[in-house]
Structure formats: structure tokens, C-alpha cells
Design a protein around this ligand. Structure first.
Ligand SMILES: *[C@@H]1O[C@H](CO)[C@@H](O)[C@H](O)[C@H]1NC(C)=O
Ligand SMILES: *[C@@H]1O[C@H](CO)[C@@H](O)[C@H](O)[C@H]1NC(C)=O
Ligand SMILES: *[C@@H]1O[C@H](CO)[C@@H](O)[C@H](O)[C@H]1NC(C)=O
Ligand SMILES: *[C@@H]1O[C@H](CO)[C@@H](O)[C@H](O)[C@H]1NC(C)=O
Ligand SMILES: *[C@@H]1O[C@H](CO)[C@@H](O)[C@H](O)[C@H]1NC(C)=O
Length: 252
């Protein structure tokens, strides 16, 4: 019994790099995301990457069910992409080294702040977004942050003040991790996240879920990503993924 199990496992691995049991799932994923491949060889390569990603996702979710993580992952359109492709996809965030971030310039607003906030719930948001965008110039302009911006390095309290008083704030984060790419829901807490920011997002709120503080972030243009285009990023966790390192907002 044991012998035959070992035999099956070993031969299963040796026979092929892709698992035929997954054929149907692969076809479904392929169709759902309208994938087009140049050649069968590319398709085979994508299939292998997809299986690796799927396994990583399944293992992560198993660990989550054991209480080892605070968020779940899910397969999405990036399933056939390598970590390098995911990390390297251009998002236009290049932070200039001479960015002025003198914390003493920050204007503290010492009114009491709400414990949680979601600008996407308010009708205000479009109006506020317009204002912030026009006065801040934003990171969407490649290479340059066009307008004088105030950023306070790593200061999550300052970011909270800004989100509460100004509205959605442009932030830059390290989004190069595979786990980030497949985030589905929960509070994203990733110790491997660095402060080398790669991706710009919009902080549209904050709150606390099951005792864990989070920032509510919105992907700039994609709706496919994460939890309907949102991610809950751990807050008050040493500026995880650089969330508060390059937050930008106009001085008002
Ligand atoms: C995946 O989609 C492409 C393009 O529609 C198609 O050529 C290919 O046969 C599909 N592969 C599978 C396994 O369904
Ligand atoms: C991700 O994979 C698809 C094929 O599934 C490919 O067309 C696309 O260019 C890849 N994305 C990146 C950023 O390399
Ligand atoms: C507001 O609070 C900050 C941080 O506690 C403090 O440094 C600052 O002096 C206060 N500002 C005013 C106007 O009270
Ligand atoms: C962050 O960037 C620095 C300088 O470019 C580099 O030396 C370091 O290895 C990077 N760290 C990570 C975790 O990517
Ligand atoms: C965010 O949206 C852009 C544009 O739609 C998309 O290319 C990118 O994959 C999304 N980001 C993530 C991490 O999925």
C-alpha cells in the first residue's frame, strides 16, 4: 500500500511537468482570460508557470486556514506570469532621489480623526480626487513628480491625517511580490515586502479588521485586481511595503 503510493507519487512527477488532471482547469482559465499564445511551446511554458502559481496559492490558503496568514490569495489573469514579469510590469513609479520630504513642513491637523474611513463610500470622492489630482500632479507622469509635494517618510500617522483631511492620497508601494499579485481578500501582511517601491496606488481609506489595522488601497486603473480592485494593506506595521514612505499630498 505504502510502496504503491510512493511509486505513484514518484512516477507522477517523472511523467510530465504538467498534471493532466489540471487540463480542464487550465482550459477554463485560458478561456476565461482570453489568453492567446504564439506557439504551443509558449502555451506549455505558461501552463507550467500557472501550475506553480496555483500551487503557491493553494498552499498559502491552506496556511491561512491554519491561522498562519491574515489574507487569502486567488488565481487571476496573472496566473501564467512569472514573478519577474509581474514585478517588471511597468507602472510608472520612479521616485526622484531629491524628493523633498522634510517632516517639519508637515502641517499637523490635530482634530480627532475617525477610526475608520472609506472615501469610496462617499459621493465626495470624485470631487476630492479631482482636487488632489490637479494640485498634486501625481505619479502618473513618468519619471517626474511635477508639483511640489509634501511627503513624510514612513510616517503612517501623517498619512492617516492626510487621508482623513484631504481624501484619497497617492502612495507608492513595493508590489513586486507574487503574493501581492494574487491577493484576494483579508489584510495583506507580508514580511518579505521591501521598501523599494514599484507601484503607485491610491489610499482611499483605513480601518481595523479583526484587530488588525489596514489601509484601503485602490489600484489606479485596473478593476480585475485583488478584492474588486482593492487591497487592504497592513497599517501601523513599520510602513509595510513602503506604504507611507512616498505618500504624496499637496500642502494645504
Ligand atoms: C488557449 O487559448 C488559445 C487562444 O484562444 C487557444 O489557441 C488554445 O488552444 C487554448 N488552449 C487550451 C488548452 O484551451
Ligand atoms: C503575462 O502572460 C501573458 C500570457 O498569458 C503575456 O501575454 C503577457 O505579456 C505577460 N505579462 C507580462 C507583464 O509579461
Ligand atoms: C499636533 O500634534 C503633533 C503630534 O502630536 C504635535 O507635534 C504638534 O505640535 C501639534 N500641533 C498643534 C498645533 O497643536
Ligand atoms: C532595494 O534597492 C536597493 C538599491 O537599489 C538594493 O540594493 C536592494 O537589494 C533592494 N532590496 C530589495 C529587497 O529588493
Ligand atoms: C492594476 O491595473 C493595471 C491596469 O489595468 C494592471 O495592468 C495591473 O495588472 C493591476 N495591478 C495588479 C497588481 O494587478
Amino acid at each position: 500500500m505504502f510502496r504503491s503510493l510512493i511509486f505513484t507519487i514518484l512516477c507522477g512527477f517523472a511523467a510530465a511537468d504538467t498534471s493532466s488532471e489540471m487540463d480542464q482547469h487550465w482550459e477554463l482559465w485560458n478561456q476565461t482570460h482570453n489568453k492567446v499564445y504564439f506557439h504551443q511551446i509558449e502555451e506549455l511554458g505558461r501552463r507550467q508557470i500557472w501550475e506553480e502559481n496555483l500551487e503557491m496559492i493553494n498552499v498559502h490558503n491552506l496556511e491561512t486556514s491554519l491561522g498562519l496568514h491574515t489574507y487569502k490569495l486567488g488565481m487571476n489573469h496573472l496566473g501564467g506570469n512569472t514573478t519577474e514579469e509581474i514585478a517588471g510590469s511597468p507602472t510608472g513609479t520612479i521616485v526622484p532621489s531629491d524628493l523633498d520630504r522634510n517632516p517639519s513642513d508637515f502641517i499637523w491637523v490635530n482634530t480627532s480623526l475617525p477610526d475608520s474611513l472609506d472615501w469610496m463610500d462617499a459621493d465626495l470622492v470624485i470631487e476630492v480626487k479631482k482636487q488632489v489630482r490637479s494640485s498634486a500632479g501625481y505619479m502618473l507622469t513618468p519619471n517626474i513628480w511635477t508639483v511640489v509635494l509634501q511627503a513624510t517618510y514612513g510616517d503612517e500617522r501623517a498619512l492617516k491625517v492626510a487621508v482623513a483631511n484631504i481624501g484619497p492620497i497617492s502612495v507608492a508601494i513595493d508590489a513586486s511580490s507574487r503574493k501581492f499579485a494574487f491577493y484576494r481578500h483579508g489584510v495583506y501582511q507580508d514580511d518579505s515586502c521591501s521598501h523599494n517601491v514599484t507601484h503607485s496606488m491610491l489610499a482611499v481609506g483605513y480601518g481595523t479588521q479583526r484587530g488588525q489595522d489596514y489601509w484601503l488601497l485602490k489600484n489606479r486603473s485596473g478593476v480585475k485586481y485583488g478584492d474588486e480592485g482593492y487591497i487592504k494593506m497592513a497599517r501601523n506595521s513599520q510602513s509595510q511595503c513602503g506604504i507611507a514612505d512616498y505618500a504624496c499630498f499637496p500642502i494645504i
